[in-house]
Design a binder for this molecule. Structure first.
Ligand code: PSU
Ligand code: MN
Length: 307
């Protein structure tokens, strides 16, 4: 992977010593939250990973290179940027070939993390099957990525703006383990309970690490989705959000929002409709995911001999 991937010195050193490292994505920074909360959150998430005993590696493409671990000034540049492209599996190579700059979605972050040798990644919520996908065919590339790239992704479920039953069905078809942490229900991002059961449940970060390693031993491609419910004190009840999500959806359709712009538009609209409450919850759930990811990475490091 030579010069294409540039690891921050701290990340390279931790990996050489077999210490736990947690990958973090950057689309949540450029397209998921407004400035300056995006920058504050990115910094707080990194601090949370450290507090939990792992080294954070925020991933983005800058100047035509995959950066794994961003020094403070680069993180700030990205958070302030209005030009950064939202990169998924389809765009990553073109952006690199052009020498461009972009933030990585869950799918692209998984690819970069795997190439860099990082197995655990924390985000807010994965993309999934959008409502109305039977007409639009809008299904996030995040789902396919989970089926082929060996990274354990810790998220608060899939975003509640999605069609969650269809998202779970597609994940099952693709053979992706969907593991709820510490509860039976599949969480719904801002809320702890989507009303749907999760296919699998584990209560111990060590077991989640063991399941990841077991998949590799079986020769199965792909990763795992760990669905970590938002802390109780931070959640927004699903019933309160339901009509607002419907309203945001109607607005998106009326404005002709399609493709990559859909998720950022819905998140921003819900932020406005709740006077910022969804953003506060989003920040809380990402921090919670960072903590669990660090624990899983620590368990994985303990179980894996240093290279
Ligand atoms: N988690 C958040 N906010 C976000 C995202 C995740 O709390 O904005 C981003 C991730 O990068 C994810 C993307 O991959 O949303 C989904 O985009 P799409 O639906 O276009 O695939
Ligand atoms: Mn999409």
């Amino acid at each position: 992977m030579g010069g294409m991937i540039q690891r921050a010195p701290e990340v390279a050193e931790a990996m050489d010593r077999g210490l736990p490292v947690v990958a973090l994505e950057s689309t949540i920074i450029t397209h998921g939250m407004p400035f300056p909360q995006n920058l504050d959150t990115a910094r707080a998430v990194e601090a949370e990973v450290r507090r939990a005993g792992a080294v954070p590696a925020t991933i983005a493409v800058m100047g035509g290179r995959i950066r794994v671990g961003l020094p403070g000034e680069d993180l700030e540049r990205l958070a302030r940027s209005r030009e950064a492209a939202k990169l998924s599996r389809a765009d990553l190579a073109v952006c690199l070939a052009r020498g461009g700059t972009g933030s990585t979605t869950v799918a692209a972050t998984m690819i970069c993390a795997a190439r860099a040798g990082i197995a655990v990644f924390a985000t807010g919520g994965i993309g999934g099957v959008h409502r109305g996908a039977e007409d639009t065919f809008d299904i996030s590339a995040d789902l396919q990525e989970l089926a082929q790239t060996p990274v354990t992704v810790v998220a608060a479920g899939a975003k509640a703006i999605l069609d969650l039953p269809k998202t779970l069905e597609v994940l099952e078809t693709l053979g992706v383990p969907v593991i709820a942490f510490g509860q039976d229900a599949f969480p719904a991002f801002w809320s702890r309970d989507s009303g749907l059961g999760a296919p699998l449940r584990l209560d111990d970060p060590g077991r989640i690490a063991a399941a990841h390693l077991m998949r590799a031993r079986l020769g199965l491609p792909g990763g795992q989705l760990v669905a970590n419910p938002i802390p109780e004190k931070d959640e927004i009840p699903a019933a309160r959000l339901a009509p607002l999500i419907a309203e945001a959806q109607t607005l998106a359709r009326a404005r002709g929002i399609t493709g990559k712009a859909v998720t950022p538009f819905l998140l921003q609209t819900l932020h406005d409709l709740t006077e910022g409450q969804t953003l506060v919850a989003n920040i809380a759930l990402v921090l919670n995911n960072a903590r669990l990811a660090a624990q899983i990475a620590a368990a994985m490091a303990a179980a894996t001999p240093a290279a």
